[in-house]
Ligand binder design. Structure first.
Ligand SMILES: Nc1ncnc2c1ncn2[C@@H]1O[C@H](COP(=O)(O)OP(=O)(O)OP(=O)(O)O)[C@@H](O)[C@H]1O
Length: 350
């Protein structure tokens, strides 16, 4: 029987490549508060753009298309869907909005997953959303010549309801135990969800929507402002390759989560990097001069001299920089290194 073991450490994941990504993302999460203090109008526009990009990308990955103009209109609810693809797109928008607005109140359990799937198909009268698959399915790839190849054979329809139940319980218990980092648990959950492939249709999109839900629930909000789905679309080859690598031996509980977990964490880290890049200048503009000097020590590794600061911030006078440095020294936030012309300062990590 397929097992979901989320409460024991997977040795293949306890490696520097994964640990470094986890700690990079933790670092960004610590700064997230600062990012989110950026001008509300800028964050609002990033959120609107990310919603359009996420909806467009997640559907395009599955071969569902519309024009850029129609996509914007559908996401902003200024147009009604006109065909099947647009109905699928409108459904994605609905679930994405539900997750953005209600993530705190949504409990990960089978009924909730079914409800979200029902909403994904709320614009398609002919599709029975909100029901598990009624026949076994396969994940296929169509090559350049139109020939179909099997990527993966998911769990049978018969085993699906019970497997989803166990997967949700195991994830929740592991989160409660707090022994294993949620970022790892989330990546594993998404992977196993895809292995089960619980629906006749909509599995890929549901996996990406659940990714956002679980990340928001653990305080990782980057997906609201930078589209994770678009980063996945832009690295589709690695996405499919790592899914393939991690799925070998999945039935026999012998699969190696490492390729997919590393890929997924890489996407989250990349999104945070982009987020920090985009809001950094905005945040810095809003801060007082002394705060900007202090923030430099959070952002830069190594020593910083008075003239470095003056070069970075030509609008701050030398007297103000000296005053800020002396206050930071008094607080113990920074330390002085060197003397005379070589005097510089480093963040006090003690
Ligand atoms: N080897 C694999 N192992 C597990 N999952 C995979 C593998 N290869 C691809 N996938 C996942 O399966 C999804 C596509 O599955 P499928 O073609 O069955 O689409 P679907 O269920 O119709 O979902 P949607 O309607 O959202 O496309 C991909 O988006 C990817 O997330």
């Amino acid at each position: 029987m397929k097992k979901f073991n989320y409460r024991e450490v997977d040795q293949e994941l306890m490696v520097p490549e994964v640990m470094n990504l986890v700690s990079t993302i933790h670092g960004y999460k610590g700064k997230q508060e600062l990012f989110m203090k950026a001008k509300p109008d800028i964050l609002k526009s990033m959120l609107e753009v990310a919603k359009v990009q996420s909806t467009g990308a997640s559907n395009r990955i599955e071969g569902i298309f519309t024009t850029d103009k129609r996509l914007v209109e559908l996401v902003s609810e200024k147009a009604e869907p006109l065909n099947r693809d647009e109905e699928e797109i409108a459904g994605y928008r609905e679930v994405l909005n539900t997750i953005h607005e209600n993530y705190e109140h949504i409990i990960l359990k089978p009924n909730v997953i079914l409800q979200l799937h029902r909403d994904l198909y709320s614009f398609l009268p002919t599709v029975d959303g909100g029901k598990y698959k009624n026949q076994d399915n396969i994940i296929e790839e169509v090559d350049g010549k139109g020939i179909r190849h099997i990527r993966f054979k998911p769990l049978s329809a018969f085993e699906t309801p019970e497997a989803i139940e166990r997967l949700c319980t195991e994830y929740q218990e592991a989160i409660r135990e707090a022994k294993i980092d949620p970022l790892i648990l989330i990546s594993k959950f998404v992977f196993d969800f895809l292995g089960i492939h619980p629906f006749n249709d909509g599995n890929g999109r549901m996996s990406r929507l659940l990714t956002l839900l679980l990340l928001y629930q653990k305080g990782y909000f980057v997906g609201k402002y930078i589209s994770l789905e678009m980063l996945i679309e832009n690295s589709k080859e690695s996405y499919y390759r790592t899914l393939q690598q991690s799925s070998e031996g999945w039935y026999e509980n012998q699969n190696n989560y490492f390729p997919f977990v590393k890929y997924y964490l890489g996407i989250i880290a990349k999104a945070y990097k982009e987020f920090s890049h985009r809001v950094e200048t905005v945040v810095v503009d809003k801060m007082g001069k002394a705060e900007r000097v202090k923030e430099l020590f959070d952002r830069r590794i190594g020593k910083i001299s008075k003239s470095d600061i003056a070069n970075i911030y030509p609008d701050i006078s030398v007297t103000t920089i000296e005053k800020a440095l002396s206050d930071l020294l008094k607080e113990g936030y920074i330390k002085k290194v060197g003397s005379g012309r070589a005097t510089a300062y480093v963040k006090n990590e003690d």
